[in-house]
Design a protein around this ligand. Sequence first.
Ligand SMILES: Nc1ncnc2c1ncn2[C@@H]1O[C@H](COP(=O)(O)OP(=O)(O)O)[C@@H](O)[C@H]1O
Ligand SMILES: [Mg+2]
Length: 181
Amino acid sequence: MGVETGPLAQQAFLRILVILETRDYLWPDEAACERFAQALAHGPEIGDACIELEGGLGAGKTSLVRHLLRALGVTGRIKSPSYAVVEDYAPPALQGRPAHHFDFYRFNDPREWEDAGFRELFAAPGLKLSEWPQKATGMLPVPDLRLTLEVQDEHARRVHAEAGTARGQVLLQHLDREFQA
Ligand SMILES: Nc1ncnc2c1ncn2[C@@H]1O[C@H](COP(=O)(O)OP(=O)(O)O)[C@@H](O)[C@H]1O
Ligand SMILES: [Mg+2]
């Protein structure tokens, strides 16, 4: 049949095109991942940010999420949401806004998107952190920031950051000012 031109196709199209600004970082060790998370957490923009985390198993996506939630004051257990798809938090630093940590690795039924209420979660205020966003392509909104992590050796990671919105550009500016590898 004809080329898909519905809203989902348009969204997928935008996801590929809108990259406003990029940065490349090196984390020599996990302490650098922690400092990176602290710099990201610094401004008010993090409170409603939508951040996608790409990279293979063991790249450090969940570790970054843990350091970010800790930097926002979360003290309880932070577990990987692989079976539940999403874990919710109420980080003290976000002043009432929630944080949602998604892992779409096992997400394969688009109907689950509606049934689980993910559309509402992404439309509402709060921090959204998504591992394996490529498994939910066409569902997810344009991210403020997309971070692609790559293992360099046992301790070092290369990080490519793409800002897709003005909020993402502000997050990059926080990193410019506050993150030193
Ligand atoms: N520089 C680093 N940044 C993040 N994690 C690191 C780093 N160096 C080593 N690690 C380790 O790599 C592993 C990454 O695992 P995890 O965060 O679960 O990856 P993912 O969620 O991408 O599959 C953790 O055991 C973490 O301690
Ligand atoms: Mg993970």
